[in-house]
Every structure is written in C-alpha cells, then in structure tokens.
Design a protein around this ligand. Sequence first.
Ligand code: 5GP
Ligand code: ZN
Length: 109
Amino acid sequence: MEDCIFCKIAKGEIPSAKVFENDKLVAFNDINPKAKTHILIVPKKHIESVKHLEEADKELIGELFLVAKKIAEEKNLQGCKLVINVGREGGQIIDHLHLHLLSSDATGV
Ligand code: 5GP
Ligand code: ZN
C-alpha cells in the first residue's frame, strides 16, 4: 500500500520512535499517547484489519502478541491493556492492523 502511513513507518520512510523491530514486526511510540506508555505493534505486512486476516497470518498474529509480552517485560510494566480496534465503527483510524499496548506505568523513555 503506497500511501499507508504504517507501511511507510515500517520501511523507515517516515520517522518514528521505534522500540522494537525484527523482520516481521515493528513497534513504536504512539504519536498521540492515551496513556503514560502507549506503543503500537505493527506487522510489516500490510493487512488492513482483523477482518482481513487469513489462515496464513496465524503465526504472525502469534508473534504480534509475543512481541507485546516481550516489550512489557523489558519495560518492566506491572500491567497493560492490549487493544485492537477493528473497522471505523470499532474506532480504527489507520487501516493497517496494529496492536495498542497501553499502560499507566511509565517506560522511562
Ligand atoms: P487506531 O484508532 O487506528 O486503532 O489507532 C491509530 C493510532 O495511530 C492512534 O493512536 C494515533 O495516535 C496513531 N498515529 C497516527 N498517525 C501516527 C504517526 O504518524 N506516527 C505515530 N507514531 N502514531 C500515529
Ligand atoms: Zn500498510
């Protein structure tokens, strides 16, 4: 998707405060944080939303949650909320699947 902001962030074409990156996923601070810690975890593959997931994405979605766990551990968060908005009616604004990691614990970054 050429005009997708999260594809551009994943490719490094738009700057972001990255907190994690591997070959499949990237995580960065939300530009407009709704909690002390607000990180977005994003597959590099352009998937519009949960509605567009396919069988082949099973492993990727598993990794998405394992990265959330890893970040929460690394940041020493005592607890967090993991949220995926689905569709406009579900509050999704950016049409590239992403997991919000929100915590009232500060990360210190
Ligand atoms: P959604 O409502 O689609 O689930 O969440 C989109 C999130 O992306 C919002 O929390 C919004 O603040 C964040 N966001 C939108 N544009 C940018 C951007 O250019 N950079 C970063 N880091 N976050 C963004
Ligand atoms: Zn995209």
